[in-house]
Design a protein. Structure first.
Length: 300
C-alpha cells in the first residue's frame, strides 16, 4: 500500500495577557489536519476557536492542486462539511451543533442535508443526542440517539426503524461500540448498520500500540462530548497500490484520530465482515513532535 503523509498543524491560541513572563506557556491548540496529496487532491480539517478557546467550527475541505502554464500551480478549495458549535454563555461544553454539507462538484450548500443536533444530558452526563432537519420542519420527527459512557466503554446507537404497533417494519439501526483500556485509550471499536433483511457485517478496529504524547484532539473542549467520534480520512481502491496484482479486490482504507484517545495511535488494524474483503489492514504510524510533545507530522 502507498505510504500516506499527514500534517497536523498547531496554533498557539493563547493571549499574552494570560501568560506571565516567568510562567510556562500552555500547549497550543490544533489548527488543522491535512492529508498527503493523492492524484492532485488532499483533504484538510480546519479548526477555529472563539475568545474562550472553545472550538467554534470544524471545516472539512478538499484542496485540488492544478498546474498551469510554465509549471505554475494554483489551488481550488471546496467545502465538504462544516460543523458549527453552539454554547450557552461561558460554558465549555456545547449544547448543540449545526452540520452543513456541500455538493462535491459545485461546492453549494445542500439544504436538505443541513442538520441541527442537540446534545442531551441527565444529571450532568450525556445520554444521547437529538437531530432535526430545519428544511423539513415538522415533516420529519427528531432523530434521537442513545449514548452511554463508562470508564471502560462507550456505546452510541441511532435507531431509525419505523415505529408502528400494528405493522412490522424491518430494523434500521446504526450502532457503534468502543472498549477503553487502562491507559485511557481505545482498545477496539466496532461499527455496524443493521438494516432490513440485508446482512451488513460490522467493521472492527483493534488498537495495539500508542505513543506517550498527548493527542491534540483530546485537549479540545469538545472532546468529552464527541468521545464516540473521530477525524477520518478515507482512501478508495484507486488511491492504493496493491502489493500483489493477483488480488485485485480491496475495500480501500481509512486513517482515524479519535477524540477519546489520550495518546496517539502507533498501530491499529481494520478487519471486515464475512461478505467483504478477506484482507486485514494494518496501519502503522510514526510522528514528529514539537516542543510540547504534540505530533506535527505523521507518516503512515
Amino acid at each position: 500500500m502507498q505510504k500516506f503523509l499527514l500534517l497536523i498543524g498547531l496554533i498557539p491560541f493563547i493571549s499574552n495577557a494570560q501568560v506571565k513572563p516567568s510562567s510556562k506557556k500552555a500547549a497550543p491548540l490544533i489548527e488543522s489536519i491535512t492529508s498527503d496529496t493523492v492524484k492532485g487532491k488532499c483533504t484538510a480539517f480546519v479548526f477555529e476557536y472563539d475568545q474562550l478557546k472553545r472550538v467554534s467550527s470544524i471545516t472539512e475541505k478538499e484542496i485540488e492542486i492544478k498546474k498551469g502554464p510554465e509549471n505554475k500551480t494554483s489551488t481550488i478549495e471546496r467545502k465538504i462539511e462544516v460543523q458549527i458549535f453552539q454554547y450557552r454563555q461561558k460554558e465549555q461544553i456545547p449544547f448543540a451543533r449545526q452540520i452543513d454539507s456541500y455538493e462535491d462538484e459545485t461546492g453549494e450548500l445542500i439544504p436538505e442535508y443541513q442538520k441541527l443536533e442537540y446534545f442531551l444530558f441527565k444529571n450532568g452526563k450525556r445520554i444521547g443526542d437529538s437531530a432535526v432537519y430545519p428544511l423539513y420542519k415538522r415533516k420529519v420527527n427528531a432523530q434521537v440517539a442513545t449514548f452511554v459512557q463508562t470508564p471502560t466503554e462507550v456505546t452510541h446507537e441511532l435507531d431509525l426503524s419505523e415505529k408502528d404497533s400494528t405493522t412490522y417494519h424491518p430494523p434500521n439501526i446504526y450502532y457503534n461500540h468502543f472498549t477503553i483500556g487502562n491507559q485511557k485509550n481505545i482498545e477496539d471499536e466496532s461499527s455496524e448498520h443493521i438494516i432490513s433483511f440485508r446482512f451488513n457485517p460490522r467493521v472492527y478496529f483493534t488498537f495495539t500500540k500508542f505513543d506517550q504524547a498527548i493527542n491534540p484532539l483530546y485537549q479540545l473542549n469538545i472532546a468529552p462530548i464527541l468521545s464516540n467520534e473521530k477525524i477520518s480520512i478515507s482512501y478508495n481502491d484507486d488511491d492504493l497500490l496493491l502489493l500483489d496484482p493477483k488480488f485485485d479486490q480491496n475495500d480501500g482504507t481509512e486513517i482515524n484520530w479519535h477524540y477519546l484517545n489520550l495518546n496517539n495511535p502507533l498501530m491499529y488494524s481494520i478487519e471486515r465482515g464475512e461478505t467483504d474483503s478477506p484482507f486485514k489492514d494494518i496501519i502503522q504510524f510514526s510522528y514528529s513532535y514539537n516542543q510540547y510533545q504534540q505530533p506535527t507530522y505523521c507518516k503512515t
